[in-house]
Design a binder for this molecule. Structure first.
Ligand code: SME
Length: 148
């Protein structure tokens, strides 16, 4: 996977766009249509201690996730990337699409505050490698340049 190119693409589509919804929408479309073997890619945005469903691509998903709950809420609470090779073994995993078997969640940080998390699901077990983690963290950093 050419994550350098993907980072350049997200920089390009978000350049000079000052609306977070617009940028999250294009970022999720970019990921969903580029990454192989994924069934959901999107954002939950932070509102106080709750994550609210934001722009995404994939099946209908749960709308509210409290801080500390599920994979998304855990990444939000800890402020770090969480990779789950087998979601069925993650205590408290929130199953939105029963086809999902592995997942990665990366906090989106703007000016030191977590404003959202990026969530990507796969039907494959152990879908996300070290390479994917580094590449997707670069993607999120590149996207964050244009977020307010
Ligand atoms: N599985 C997530 C919930 C969001 S969906 O995967 C889109 C979680 O446990 O936080």
């Amino acid at each position: 996977m050419d994550y350098q190119l993907l980072a350049e693409q997200v920089l390009s589509v978000t350049n000079n766009v000052k609306n977070n919804i617009t940028n999250f929408a294009n970022a999720s479309a970019l990921l969903f249509n580029t990454l192989p073997d994924i069934n959901w890619a999107g954002f939950y945005t932070a509102n106080g201690d709750v994550l609210e469903l934001g722009p995404f691509q994939g099946k209908v998903a749960c709308t509210l996730i409290p801080k500390g709950k599920g994979v998304c809420g855990t990444a939000f609470a800890l402020g770090k990337t969480i990779v789950v090779p087998n979601v069925h073994e993650f205590k408290g995993h929130i199953a939105c699409d029963s086809d999902s078997n592995s997942e990665i969640v990366i906090p989106v940080i703007v000016n030191g505050t977590i404003i959202a998390v990026l969530d990507i699901d796969s039907t494959k077990f152990d879908r996300f490698s070290e390479d994917d983690i580094t590449g997707l963290e670069l993607f999120v950093k590149s996207l964050a340049n244009s977020l307010v």
